[in-house]
Design a protein. Structure first.
Length: 427
């Protein structure tokens, strides 16, 4: 049995891999599964040609760098070389409409959105969950043995931007609530590096599985455990006022008020960035280099297509800039006509200031480099999922200088012209 929709989508795409060959691939619906489907297709090197949707508020807009079309206008006349992916709670209506336009099973990849859990015996399910709780509590006990009975384990979020903001208020929070002996617990090396930028050295890296089990134990046995959970995403949203168009509160406010319970006016601690960097190893032209960051952990698929980035790079090269793509791992490849660059968070501000320019899809990295003194363009996308005002660096951080734009508000040409003009003007 597939336990998650992500597993089901990934399995369906792999099984249907041969069906995609020489096909025009279309995703039906800007549904909650859109990003997951796109991510799975991209990982299997399958290009999405179009998105179709019945919502008038979505038609004509761009999601994941792909224009959304009205189904009838895009699919008629019938074309046997099209493969339409359907995964939605409205799947019956969607499939019926496709058949009404002449499409059949050969043209439709149906990924059912209905999860069947009744095959798992209830007692077996409870036992599996309790076993996770027992394992998580054993992890807690081992950490207590290592760090002492008085230690408080502070579980950090995974996203780098969340960790950065959390660390900026952490000491004030610990002081206010008299937490003297603590260890930050998290996954990945990013949280360790960011903690060190705030001179927090007591950190412990866990595997994702260990952290999940520790969290389950905490949710079940919290009164018996000296654990604090810092804004785990699913917990933060559960009883939260998430981003809304007329919401005056912003992301940092949520941390300060909701997560830490700190009063208005509490000052965030400043991160310490490395000042001495071996610039020569990066081969940068001072103040004539632009570092682009197309990838974001919080977005499983790029909000701007590779083709648009390539066109933008060509225009910036004409202005005499050298362009680097910030990318980590085999999935974050350099955009054509750029070189890949990697650096630590602690080096980020100094490198950006030396380079002179930064263009990034909104991500946790943008939180970290908000204070870098250089030309910056921060790009926001998919306004349905997150209101720009809520995430805006200008609203969240005092002294931010740079440009922030909503990609959906521009045509492709307007977007490229805007950035080219910004970096072409001498200030």
């Amino acid at each position: 049995m597939m336990n998650t929709m992500l597993e089901r989508i990934e399995s369906s795409v792999k099984k249907a891999n041969k069906r995609f060959k020489d096909k025009e691939v279309i995703i039906y619906g800007c549904t909650v599964f859109l990003n997951r489907i796109y991510k799975s297709l991209s990982e299997n090197k399958i290009v999405v040609d179009a998105i179709i949707d019945n919502g008038q508020d979505k038609i004509g807009k761009t999601y994941l760098g792909i224009k959304v079309h009205k189904p009838e206008e895009f699919l008629i006349p019938y074309n046997e070389n099209r493969l339409v992916i359907v995964c939605s709670v409205h799947e019956k209506e969607m499939i019926d409409s496709l058949k009404g336009m002449g499409y059949n099973e050969n043209n439709i990849l149906h990924i059912s959105s209905k999860m069947e859990f009744n095959h798992l015996n209830e007692l077996e399910y409870v036992e599996n969950e309790m076993q996770s709780v027992r394992v998580g509590y054993n992890i807690y006990q081992k950490l207590q043995q290592e760090y002492g009975d008085t230690v408080t384990l502070i579980m950090m979020p995974r996203a780098s931007g969340d960790v950065f903001i959390a660390c900026s208020y952490l000491k004030e929070w610990c002081k206010r609530y008299e937490i003297d002996n603590y260890v930050l617990v998290g996954t990945g090396r990013n949280f360790v590096e960011i903690a060190n930028m705030f001179q927090i050295v007591e950190t412990r890296e866990l595997t994702t599985e260990e952290k999940e089990k520790l969290l389950k134990a905490y949710m079940f046995l919290s009164e018996y455990m000296q654990v604090k959970v810092i804004s785990e995403w699913v917990l933060r949203i559960r009883n939260s006022y998430f981003a809304r168009k007329k919401n005056e509160i912003c992301f940092v406010d949520k941390f300060r008020y909701e997560t830490f319970g700190l009063p208005k006016g509490t000052k965030a601690e400043k991160a310490i960035f490395t000042q001495q960097i071996d610039i020569e190893k990066y081969r940068m032209n001072k103040e004539k280099t632009i570092i682009i960051a197309p990838y974001a952990y919080s977005s499983p698929a790029p909000m701007i297509s590779k083709t648009v980035w390539e066109k933008l790079v060509k225009e910036l090269l004409k202005l005499g800039y050298t362009i680097y793509t910030l990318g980590y791992g085999e999935k974050e490849l350099a955009i054509d006509n750029t070189e890949c660059i990697q650096f630590s968070y602690a080096e980020a501000n100094k490198l950006l200031e030396y380079a002179g320019g930064f263009i990034g899809a909104r991500s946790g990295l943008c939180d970290i480099v908000h204070s870098a003194v250089c030309k910056k363009v921060i790009i926001y996308g998919n306004s349905r999922a997150a209101n720009m005002n809520f995430w805006s660096l200008k609203n969240n951080f005092d002294g931010f200088t740079g440009k922030e734009i909503m990609y959906e508000d521009y045509t492709e040409k307007e977007f490229i012209d805007y950035i080219r003009t910004y970096f072409g003007n001498e200030e």
